[in-house]
Design a protein around this ligand. Sequence first.
Ligand SMILES: [Zn+2]
Length: 216
Amino acid sequence: MTIIADQPQATKTEPGQLGGPLLATVRQALTESGAGQAVIDEAVLAVASGQVHQAAATAVEEQDTHVVRPFFDCLSLVINHIVTGAPLTLAREAAEALAATPPAQAGHHPWCHVDKCIPHRYEDGAVLTEHRGPAYTAELTDGHEVLRLRAELGSDENLIDYKASAFIWAGDNDGLSFDQDTLGRAIDSLDTFLDGLRHLHRVMNQPRTPKTEEQA
Ligand SMILES: [Zn+2]
C-alpha cells in the first residue's frame, strides 16, 4: 500500500474553504452578519463566477487577436454596468458592432476580399468571377524546416454549385476542397489532434526513470 505524505499545513484547505482569501472573507463576513446559508452560497457562487470571468478575460486580453475578445469586452462592460451603474450604451454599441455583418458588394459574398476576386472575361461577353475570401496560415517549424498549412475561403462562378468551399493546403501538396459538412468534420478532427499535441507538450519534459541494476 502506498502511503501519501500529508500536505504541509500551509497548503491545506478545509472542505468548504476552497477559493482563496476573497471567498473566505465573503463567507466569514456574511456568516458574522447573520446571513442565511442560501444567501452565503449565492454570494460565494457569484464571486467565484466573477473570478473565473476575470481570469478568462485577462487571458483573452493577453492574446490581442483572439476572436472571442470582443465578446469578453462586451461582458466586461455589462459587469461594469452592474457594479457602477455606468450606462449600457457602450456595451450595446459593442454588441451591435460584434453582430454587424459588413454589407456585401454587388455580385460578391459578404466575406469576399473584393480586391483579390478574379473576374474571368469570356469571348461571349460573360464575366465569371473567382471569389476569394479570408485566408489563414500556420507555420510549424522545428527551427530548420517549415511545414506550412494554408486555408482559404472561395467560390467560383464557373462551377454550377453556388456554394463556397474552403481550400486547405499542406506544404506544396495539392489542396483539398471542403464544403460546410466536410470542413466541420475536419475541424473536429483537428480539435482532437490539437488536444493530443497539448498532451504531448504537457508530458514531454517528464524524464526517464533511472534503470534498475538488472536493466543497466
Ligand atoms: Zn467576390
